[in-house]
Design a protein around this ligand. Structure first.
Ligand SMILES: Cc1cc2nc3c(=O)[nH]c(=O)nc-3n(C[C@H](O)[C@H](O)[C@H](O)COP(=O)(O)OP(=O)(O)OC[C@H]3O[C@@H](n4cnc5c(N)ncnc54)[C@H](O)[C@@H]3O)c2cc1C
Length: 415
């Protein structure tokens, strides 16, 4: 198929093999599991939704610990193509299930952060645990009830700061506050938590990040959110009440948001790649359907209106892929426009793949609306991407802010 062939372009032999083992895992394990167990997605017992065996199977092909340094038993990727590799693997897994992909990529993203900022002895402790336990998950906690999107606007002012506060006392940090909508928040073993450490300055100068193990006294996992899509990833809410973390658990003091670029740049690429995987799956099932399902005496694809929609789906997917590849290369090359391109790829993917998923369900007619048929899941999964890692409007504001820092990048409030 044309779409599949174009995916081979520019991939090294090694990366093609890696992609093939991910594809086999998806075709032989993930897709059959979803087909046979579609009701599990709707279980209101989060622990029951995704059996551990799926993560154990992922372990066998070595994709669970990407980003973990080799010295701790992880799969360290070549620096110059690390982000490209994340992108290829994330897309393949999300083609099978985007919630499963969410679960795994958080581990890669947080690993990148830990290897950069965590002290050696804590890297050793947590990376070893991550490698040893197939179900071990990590989470990255920024969003709060009173502030998320605005954090990324030019509003670098004290009143927009995080409400979660960390205060240093007697050699430890005491953290109070709450975080919401956190990927893996319900079942992670280790959290990276952002908190305000200087209320007098803007958030770029007054936010710090901390490592918080799940069993830290004062940490409560308050709930698991029941999401519209990506339901095999358990999104959670956390409350911190006089939560004490040792001094060495501080990752970055005060300029943690600026330093988090090391997490966010690959993060946005991974986000767009998962999104692309959802689009590729939508195209696969739809192109199959329209060449087999007969309506009006002919298979659907022979009706021109149907054929045109398929062309539109394929074009959007290719456009997303092209921008994504360009953005991934910019991150791997540490190019000056990498931030801008990452936001472009993330937001463009979310809007285009939403349209692809819409075509998919429409071309399936009534079947497209039936839970047991399975196509509506792609629309639900696609919808989630509009909101993850910044909303569409905020992503666009970040793009223009990075292009015109002196004008669009200035706070619109009083001079
Ligand atoms: C499935 C899922 C997984 C997630 N995972 C994580 C995670 O792992 N870690 C994490 O920290 N967060 C996570 N989030 C949170 C996500 O990043 C936020 O939902 C997103 O940034 C939007 O923030 P919000 O929900 O508070 O919306 P709000 O900020 O309340 O936005 C509501 C609306 O107002 C608009 N808006 C808000 N402020 C402004 C403004 N100043 N100017 C103009 N428009 C504005 C927004 O564009 C949006 O349309 C996740 C969310 C989802 C849905």
């Amino acid at each position: 198929m044309l779409e599949r062939m174009s995916r081979d372009r520019g991939l090294s032999e090694e990366l093609r093999m890696m992609r093939q083992s991910c594809r086999d895992f998806v075709d032989e394990v993930v897709l059959p599991f979803i087909k046979q167990n579609w009701k599990l997605e709707w279980s209101m017992v989060p622990e029951e939704r995704l059996p551990i065996r799926i993560l154990e199977e992922a372990e066998k092909i070595g994709i669970r610990t990407l980003g973990v340094p080799e010295e701790y038993g992880g799969v360290e990727l070549e620096k110059g193509t690390e982000v490209k590799t994340f992108a290829v693997v994330a897309e393949e897994i999300a083609r099978g299930d985007s919630g499963l992909a969410d679960k795994m990529v958080q581990n890669w993203k947080v690993s990148v952060l830990l290897r950069q900022f965590a002290p050696k002895h804590l890297q050793e402790k947590w990376f070893k645990r991550l490698v040893a336990e197939p179900q071990f998950l990590m989470a990255h906690c920024l969003t709060e009830p009173r502030g998320a999107s605005d954090r990324w606007l030019p509003y670098n002012v004290p009143e927009a700061a995080m409400q979660t506060r960390a205060v240093k006392k007697n050699g430890e940090w005491i953290i109070n506050g709450r975080k919401q909508f956190i990927s893996n928040g319900y079942d992670a073993g280790l959290y990276v938590v952002y908190a305000n450490t200087n209320p007098k300055v803007g958030m770029l100068q007054g936010t710090s990040s901390f490592l918080v193990p799940r069993d830290t006294p004062g940490l409560t996992v308050a709930r698991c959110n029941e999401t519209l899509g990506c339901r095999f990833m358990n999104n959670g809410e956390l409350v911190f009440e006089d939560m004490r973390v040792p001094e060495d658990h501080l990752l970055v003091e005060n300029d943690a948001l600026g330093q988090a670029g090391v997490y966010f740049r690959p993060g946005k690429i991974i986000q767009a790649s998962k999104n692309l995987g959802v689009g590729v799956r939508a195209f696969e099932v739809t192109s199959d359907y329209v060449q087999n399902y007969v309506q009006g005496g002919r298979i659907l694809i022979k009706h021109q209106a149907v054929a045109l929609r398929l062309a539109d789906m394929a074009t959007r997917i290719e456009a997303v892929r092209a921008l994504l590849e360009r953005a991934a290369r910019a991150v791997d090359d540490d190019a000056p426009d990498a931030d801008t391109l990452c936001n472009m790829a993330k937001v463009f993917a979310s809007e285009e793949i939403m349209k692809v998923a819409q075509h998919a369900v429409e071309l399936h007619g009534g079947n497209g609306m039936m839970l047991d048929f399975g196509v509506e899941k792609l629309l639900r999964d696609a919808a989630i991407f509009l909101h993850m890692d910044a909303t569409v409007d905020i992503s666009k504001m970040k793009i223009v802010k990075s292009m015109f820092p002196a004008t669009a990048g200035k706070y619109a409030g009083p001079e």
